[in-house]
Structures are given as C-alpha cells and as structure tokens.
Design a protein around this ligand. Sequence first.
Ligand code: TMO
Length: 300
Amino acid sequence: MLVQADQAPAIKILLNNWTSQLVLSHVTGRIFEKMGYEVEYQQSSVSEQWGALSHGVVHVQVEVWEGTMAKAFDRLVAAKSIEDMGSHQATTREDWWYPDYVEKLCPGLPDWRALKGCAHLFSDEKSVSTKGVYIAGPWEKPDEAKIRALGLGFDVSPVEKGDDLWVALKKAVLNNKPIMLFNWSPNWVESRFKGKFVEFPDYHPDCETNPQWGVNKSFLFDCGNPKGGWLKKAAWPGFKNQWPCAYGAFKKISLSNEHIAYAAALVDVDNLSYPQAAKRWMDEYPQVWQAWLNSSCRHD
Ligand code: TMO
C-alpha cells in the first residue's frame, strides 16, 4: 500500500552556514520531493537551530557535528526536545589547522607545544600586538579558554561566515604566509591543500568539566576537539507522526567522508550553486540515495 504524501504540509529543512550542510540539505529536499512531499528551506544559525527544531519551526537538520554541537544536542535529545535520527558513516574532526609550509617556520608542529615558541609568526602585520591570530569560524567554540589553559600567545579572530575562512586561507597560501585557522574534515580543503590539524592533548570529556584533568590543573579546556568524532542527523520530535515515509528515509540517510567532501567541493571548488550541486551529487551517487527510499512509500 502506498502512503499518500500529497496532503501533508511542507517539510522544513534547516540550512546552516557551511557548504556540505547546504548541499546535502538540498539533496535531502529532493529526496523528500521524489516521495511526493512539499519542501521548504529555512536558514538558521547553529545556536538558533535548537529552539527551531524543538518547536517544529523547522523539522530536520542533516549535519550535527560532534566537535561544535555535541553539548546542546545531547542535552536536547535527553530532554526529548529533539530526536536523534542516527549517525552518518562519516567520522569528523574540527580543530586548529594550518597549511603544510607553516611547519618549516614552526618546527615541532603539529604538536601544540611548538606553538609556544612561534605564536608571533601568526600575528597580524597591521597590529601592534605580537600575539598570533587564530582565525575561528562563526560557530561558538571554547578557543579563548583553550588558549588560556594551554598558555598560548594567540588572540581569536572569528569570521562572519564559514566561507570567509577560505578567503583567508587562499590569500595566505598565495603569499606563503603563516596562517592558523579553524577547519574540519570531511571538507573540500583536504582535496586541494596539504595541511594538518594541530595535535592538542587528546580530548576527554573530563577536560570540559574537571579543571584538575590534563596539563593545566586549574583550568578547563586544556585539550583538543574529539578525533573520529560523530556526525548525526536531528529532527523535530513530531516528524515521525506527521511524515512517516520521509521519517523513514531520513533515518536511513548515511553519508561517508567522501560523500561530504564531494558535496563541499562542488560549490567551493567548482562554483556550482547549492541546488545545482545537490543535483550533481545525486547524479554521482544514484545507488547511495536510492537505497534510502522506502519501497512501501511513494516515490517517482
Ligand atoms: C560545523 N562545522 C563543520 C562547520 O564545523
């Protein structure tokens, strides 16, 4: 029996502000449309998305990253305010990153202790400060606390949009200038630029809750972000009852590191629009997304 999708209200898909999420949200939307659902897209920041998802202002979020979002996600899932829609195959990492040529100027990298001696290399030439500049993303991270706990001579300078990170990176690479910035994996960057994450002390949950833990006995956050972190999907708790077929398909969506890096590269390297990139992505991986459709639900 085919479940009738035509009368259902539109499913609202949450758009964040980094490329793979935007492309894969459009892939998700096209899949729902193939099942006969109407789809709308709604922009939200990472900090505002939780309220929007809990209240059904938006209904699905396709990329929840452990390194930037675990705390809010875990709390809201425990409170049953959002639903954990399962993990992607991909494993993730988000942390301080530099292009390889920086290593010659700051020997000892990627070990974080090397930064103690060469933070000044990363200073802003136009500033009187000799402190290094760490270019952070527009997502809240405890970088100030990490800098203090690990005794690093850096200031944090966050960009307004994710894309501004790549503007700064491309400019630095072109001029062979030291740069330290927020990056993550999977991403398109690894396919174009050689570079590494800084190896901070390994993450442990106690690092964020117990000052005694780690190299600094008085401060929290003397550690890096998790390596091999999870990547999950989230939904409004009413999603299942309202759109059962879409719910089933969304649960099955599982992206690999390659799928995500490819989605990002279609825009950030090949300059496609997000909807164009979504279409190209689906042309590239037909068996992948067809396996997410449910034969007992309608699809074209
Ligand atoms: C959430 N992000 C992938 C930008 O770190």
